[in-house]
Design a binder for this molecule. Sequence first.
Ligand SMILES: [Zn+2]
Length: 204
Amino acid sequence: MSPQEKIIKASHLIDMSDIIREGNPTLRAVAKDVELPLSDEDIILGEKMMQFLKNSQDPVMAEKMGLRGGVGLAAPQLDISKRIIAVLVPNPEDEEGNPPAQPYSLQEIMYNPRIVSHSVQDAALADGEGCLSVDREVPGYVVRHSRVTIEYVDKNSNKQKVKLRGYNSMVVQHEIDHTNGIMFYDRINESNPFEIKEGMLIIQ
Ligand SMILES: [Zn+2]
């Protein structure tokens, strides 16, 4: 049974045992475009990936299922070499601890996502990045484009174009990298991990 066949079974919930870790060659492969219009299997896979992110951010489910929290997942991390990513970025509570009016600043399943244009300015997250496929900390600034325009196909097989900046831009670039066989630490300056090149934006 292929990993995809296993995952799309109705009762299956993606958990950490479905996620491959660094060293697996699938994480270094350039993934294939999915065929359009989307197949039922690819639609279900995208939904399952999004459900995983929701579960991973739900304290009760995460504890029960033993999940690390995540804001993004790419199909190659499930040993499925296809250009499918899911991103789920929660908005913070307000200053009084009330839930935000909009629960998510970004919630999307993207098929065949591509960066079609980007800013000259680079950016990095102040706290660095982590990855569900990497069971260790790798400190340093992960240098990315500050702003990107992404084209992708949504779950209804419709073409979409979005402009992203800030944290959302970093998350989507991390996941698109997975479809190109790139790990986040490839973008850290090895000899000077916390180097700030002129003009680089540090996102708190
Ligand atoms: Zn990752």
